[in-house]
Design a protein around this ligand. Structure first.
Ligand code: KG4
Ligand code: ZN
Length: 464
């Protein structure tokens, strides 16, 4: 049995840095803190010989009897970009605590994320954020079942801060650890708030660094229908907001959304990106350039904050904001429309489109996409704004989902050295590209450091 356990853990390779198998896995497994009902390794064992997607058939009753999901309590840690976040979530979806420390002041000052400074900011607050999450949940680390932490994609320097903290805690309290894909977490948090949301479903994930259209077949099995060939929509919002002299203290997106309400969205005729490409990919670099030109031609000086602008100047800025937003979102609408068509060819049974990631907290985005979804007889699932922007809940919840499938790594050694080389995945695709939807407008950023999450999990399942 132990040999099959070892090979399962090594094949999953969701988190552990080399060497993947601790010197004595058996002692490690024996020392795992037992779940209230049955030791955790039983969960691993039941899955080591069966595909997780097949769990719904013969194994399911046995699995349910072995592990009570409700009894799990998972700490989630997120530091992939500019927010330091932690949360404690119960297996039944109850959010016990949620803490986010934002670096918006740094962003406002430097106009973007400077990795070294962001790392420092994470390091300064990580202990406090995690402690506060535990305190607010009225728990100590001793009460946890596992620690989940984002291992990619994101900035290496920032990811490292969260992973170091997670491993330290997991090592000290002998807790299993679950390495999380940031974009999967944005997607799966929708299953926490919408319990009816079953696989397969579609998701549009829109944030500062990513624009992804995916078909979620199953947990850990995603097909990428579209991605951005240059910038993500959140980056375009942030840059436009900065050039319009907006208050960036809450990040550019919300400030731009607010100003756009004052403007005429039809006043400036920006062209919609990638009209000639009949695929589901995105591009925002060209729209950014159009905005820059419009700002120049309206003689707007970004150095003058909007609060000091004349009423005519303010009006021009609002018109640009509204016109930008209309076209930026129209691009999403058009791509979603086509992606729904594609997804239905692959999975005719899909019923939902999840829209998540920071930009999904925008009310205009939600309203426009709701329209697209209704037109296609689907249902929109949008997490509340606090769960759309980066947070620890999504990490903890995704940890719970994987943990229940036996995908976790054993506790790290309690005395792990500070300089340990962690398995961080700054560029880590979520799924494989949909072959029939391959675009002629290829991204130059194709270098991959890691195989996709989907390929890792699928190949581990095939070997079982
Ligand atoms: O998911 P997220 O919190 O972090 C990343 O993973 O990037 O997304 C942050 C992005 C930022 O670009 C921010 O400006 C944008 O989400 N954002 C918004 C809004 N709230 C946040 N964009 C448009 N409208 C909003 N209300
Ligand atoms: Zn994010």
């Amino acid at each position: 049995m132990l040999s099959s356990l070892s090979s399962t853990i090594s094949r999953l390779n969701l988190f552990c840095p080399k060497p993947l198998i601790p010197p004595s896995l058996s002692s490690c497994l024996k020392t795992l803190k037992p779940l209230p009902i049955i030791p955790r390794w039983s969960c691993l064992h039941s899955l080591s010989t069966h595909s997780t997607s097949r769990l719904s058939t013969s194994l399911k009753p046995q699995f349910d009897a072995l592990v009570s999901k409700d009894d799990l309590v998972v700490l989630g840690i997120e530091t992939s970009c500019d927010d330091t976040a932690a949360a404690v979530v119960r297996g039944n979806g109850e959010i016990l605590s949620q803490v986010v420390s934002s670096q918006a002041d740094l962003l406002a000052k430097y106009g973007g994320v400077a990795p070294k400074m962001a790392e420092e900011a994470h390091s300064q607050v990580i202990d406090q954020v995690v402690q506060e999450a535990l305190d607010k949940a009225n728990l100590t680390a001793r009460n946890l079942s596992a620690v989940a932490v984002t291992i990619g994609p994101g900035l290496s320097l920032c990811l490292r801060v969260g992973v170091r903290k997670a491993r330290k805690l997991a090592g000290s309290f002998n807790l299993p650890i679950i390495g999380i894909h940031h974009m999967e977490a944005h997607c799966l948090v929708a299953r926490l708030i919408e319990r009816e949301l079953e696989f397969p479903f579609m998701a549009l994930l829109i944030s500062g660094g990513h624009n992804l259209l995916i078909l979620a077949h199953d947990l850990g099995h995603y097909i990428q229908l579209g991605t951005t060939i240059d910038d993500a929509i959140g980056e375009a919002y942030d840059k436009t907001a900065k050039w319009l002299g907006l208050d960036m203290s809450r990040s550019g997106g919300p400030a731009l959304e607010e100003l756009a309400q004052e403007g005429d969205a039809e006043s400036i005729k920006f062209s919609t990106p990638m009209k000639q490409h009949r695929d589901c990919n995105f591009s925002y670099a060209g729209l950014k350039t159009q905005v820059r030109l419009a700002i120049g031609s309206h003689n707007i000086n970004p150095e003058i904050p909007i609060s000091s602008a004349s009423s005519q100047d303010r009006r021009s800025r609002a018109d640009i904001a509204a016109s930008f937003q209309r076209v930026a979102v129209l691009h999403l609408e058009e791509r979603c429309d086509r992606a729904i068509e594609w997804a239905r060819k692959i999975e005719p049974s899909i019923k939902h489109l999840v829209v998540s990631g920071g930009v999904a907290s925008n009310q205009y985005v939600r309203a426009r996409l709701d329209h697209v979804v209704k037109k296609n007889n689907l249902q929109l699932v949008c997490p509340p704004p606090k769960l759309c922007t980066d947070n620890g809940v999504m990490v903890a919840w995704t940890g719970i989902e994987h943990f229940c499938m036996g995908r976790f790594d054993p506790p790290p050694p309690a005395d792990e050295h500070e300089d340990y080389v962690y398995d961080l995945r700054p560029r880590w695709p979520l799924g494989e590209e949909y072959a029939e939807g391959r675009s002629e407008a290829r991204s130059l950023r194709t270098a991959r450091i890691h195989p996709s999450l989907t390929s890792i999990i699928q190949s581990s399942l095939q070997q079982q």
